[in-house]
Design a protein around this ligand. Structure first.
Ligand code: FES
Ligand SMILES: [Fe+2]
Length: 390
């Protein structure tokens, strides 16, 4: 598999035509055996959250979820309550979501505030995290408010229409944020978002997005009639990956000159942004899905649906509705399967899961995950100033 920049759409379409004509698909050179213990071990799960998910710049939400000054999203990420908020200067900051008096969580869900006022005793924080007001401050002799602002995460970056949160340092080198392909544009607005807890390990969930070998068997009545079985173009970029799922309608492009090929409605790209975020493209909208690991066998499936189409565009609304129903039907089938895998894990039947040559992106994911774990183990967590954590 290539680590070069992603192919352009015309190259992907040509490759799809070649696969259709030769009844082939992209295959990887290698196969992989992943020990089942890596999906069940509480120690491994803790290490994944601590050493990878908290150390890596992880997409937290789309920029469109923080449209104005004071817009915030508060949720747990890798087990840490995080509050991300757009400041008066337009910058997004992210903090550990706890009051500096006696620790009450400051915000939940989403909303827009001019300041965060703790509901317990009213300590008040500005959007940049500074502690601004302590009621009856004389009760805290010697309190230096400048040292009791909200505790920031190690780093925040707003890149490519997404907010990336890095909770702890040090991160692995070459985190590639500057070289991400365009996925979400500044024109995208948030249509809706939802969260659903699913009884499955987060990696089993992720794997379901990364291969088209299951299309006919799992999505017999939903995706298969519109797509192809086991016909994909797979690519890797840095620690990330992309898979193209063509629709049968892609054949219509054969009568169009390549210079005029548009993949809109002809294929779905699924981008897997390491470690736990999927971006899937559909006509008229984009799904950003965060697979938030809450326990070794439980994942919160957070979905943001984004569109560039105007709310007044009636035709677009119909396409969005139809597309949403289509994706939903397939997603239900995928959830049934991943839950069945999770239940199967308890059988003890398998020592390992085998990823074949059609499942090369799973191999790439697990290799990157292993490397990130090794980096984390070799580089103990540090304070933002570089000193060791006590
Ligand atoms: S815990 Fe927040 S003001 Fe007391
Ligand atoms: Fe699927």
């Amino acid at each position: 598999m290539s680590t070069m920049p992603l192919k352009d759409d015309a190259t992907v379409v040509q490759r799809i035509f070649d696969h259709i004509d030769h009844r082939t698909t992209d295959v990887s050179d290698e196969t992989w055996r992943e020990p089942v213990a890596n999906y069940t071990s509480p120690e491994r799960f803790a290490a994944e959250r601590e050493l990878v998910l908290r150390r890596y710049p992880t997409p937290f939400c789309p920029s469109a979820a923080l449209p104005e000054v004071g817009s915030y999203v508060a949720r747990d990420a890798a087990g840490t309550p995080i509050l991300a908020v757009r400041g008066a200067d337009g910058r997004v900051r992210a903090f550990r979501n706890a009051c500096r008096h006696r620790g009450t969580q400051l915000a939940a869900g989403t909303g827009c505030e001019r300041a965060f006022v703790c509901r317990y005793h009213g300590w008040t924080y500005a959007l940049d995290g500074a502690l601004r007001h302590v009621p009856h401050e004389y009760g805290f002799p010697g309190l230096d408010k400048s040292t009791r602002g909200l505790v920031p995460v190690a780093a925040v970056a707003e890149v490519g229409g997404m907010v990336f949160v890095t909770q702890d340092a040090p991160s692995p080198p070459n985190t590639d944020l500057d070289r991400l392909p365009p996925m979400i544009s500044s024109q995208h607005r948030l249509l809706n978002s939802a969260a659903l807890e699913v009884p499955v390990n987060w990696k089993i969930f992720a794997e379901g997005f990364l291969e088209g070998y299951h299309i006919r068997s799992t999505h017999t009545e939903t995706f298969y009639p519109r797509q192809f079985d086991n016909l994909n173009v797979i690519e890797t970029f840095g620690r990330n990956r992309r898979i193209a799922f063509p629709y049968r309608a892609v054949n219509k492009l054969r009568s169009v000159t390549p210079a005029e090929w548009s993949v809109d409605g002809k294929l779905t790209y699924v981008y897997h942004l390491f470690p736990n975020v999927m971006i899937a493209t559909f006509p008229a909208n984009i799904f950003m899905t965060v697979l938030e690991p809450v326990a070794v066998d439980r994942t919160v499936f957070i979905t943001y649906v984004l569109t560039t189409r105007s709310a007044d565009d009636v035709e677009a609304q119909t396409t969005i509705k139809r597309g949403g129903d289509f994706v939903q039907a397939g997603a239900v089938e995928d959830r049934e399967i991943v839950c069945a895998i999770q239940r199967g894990v308890a059988s003890g039947a398998n020592e390992f899961f085998e990823f074949g040559r059609f499942e090369g992106l799973l191999t790439h994911f697990h290799r990157e995950l292993r490397a990130a774990l090794d980096f984390g183990k070799a580089h103990p967590r540090t304070q933002p100033d570089g000193t060791a954590v006590r």
